[in-house]
Design a protein around this ligand. Structure first.
Ligand SMILES: C[S@@+](CC[C@H](N)C(=O)[O-])C[C@H]1O[C@@H](n2cnc3c(N)ncnc32)[C@H](O)[C@@H]1O
Length: 233
């Protein structure tokens, strides 16, 4: 199994219960709405996951394209949003084949840690082609190397305390300890970046990057970057 397979079948491990999942996705959608540049904006959410609040994000833009590599998750997204004319769901390959300059805002949140550095660089290239010259690429939830796991556990417990699922979060953390997560972490690894390393990476990929003041979502130890294309395609 790889990380895509893990996310295709193991949702109950990552989200401690349905309330956690829904509060998680609502928080992300509310945070992302702030970055939508105009009500007509065309937005791409790459690696969107279950995205149970995508309609909230779609309401704030002209069109939302949701890209998910995990086939079961993608099928569920298609079923959930087929009646929403502002939303389309596609595979990574379909998204990569879209015309240049298709999007005003491209989001990739909480995905980079599952990619090798080479895969991340390749995707930054794909996004560079797909984003409009005056658009923005938002890379969220970049995990710094030190204390990543304890910081994630504490952030989850605080999120649970604030949103009525504290004890479920405690149980969820215990379940994660005995799940495939740590085995996969050993075999496939997780990618971590310091702020300066991510800024360098984005510059090398042809962007003018900055770190956003607020990370998308509940874990403020992680980082969000806003990157504007500067070099020619
Ligand atoms: C933690 S979830 C993030 C979902 C959502 N963006 C969020 O913030 O909650 C990680 C996502 O990364 C996707 N993913 C993992 N490895 C990937 C890869 N190699 N290529 C594309 N997507 C990948 C998974 O399918 C999953 O949807």
């Amino acid at each position: 199994m790889d990380w895509i397979g893990f996310y295709d079948f193991k949702h109950s491990v990552i989200y401690v219960n349905a309330r956690h999942r829904d509060v998680h996705y609502r928080t992300i959608a509310e945070d992302l709405r702030v970055h939508v540049p105009s009500p007509n904006a065309r937005v791409l959410d790459y690696g969107c996951g279950e995205a149970t609040s995508a309609a909230l994000l779609a309401d704030a833009c002209g069109h939302l394209t949701m890209v998910e590599a995990a086939p079961n998750v993608r099928a569920a997204l298609k079923a959930r949003y087929e009646a929403n004319p502002k939303i389309s769901v596609m595979t990574p390959e379909e998204a990569a084949a879209l015309p240049p300059a298709s999007f005003d805002l491209i989001v990739m949140h909480s995905v980079a840690q599952y990619l090798s550095a080479a895969e991340l660089d390749r995707l930054l290239g794909v996004f560079h082609r797909l984003v409009k010259p005056d658009g923005v690429v938002l890379i969220g939830d970049i995990v710094p190397p030190s204390f990543a796991a304890p910081a994630a556990a504490i952030a989850l417990l605080r999120f649970g305390l604030a949103n009525g699922f504290f004890w479920a979060a405690v149980g969820g953390l215990i379940r994660i300890l005995v799940s495939d997560y740590f085995q996969l972490k050993k075999t496939h690894g997780l990618s971590h970046y310091e702020e300066a390393a991510m800024l360098d990476r984005l510059r090398t990929a042809g962007y003018a990057p900055e770190r956003a003041a607020h990370n998308i979502g509940h874990n403020q130890r992680r980082m969000t970057f806003l990157a504007r294309p500067v070099t020619a395609r």
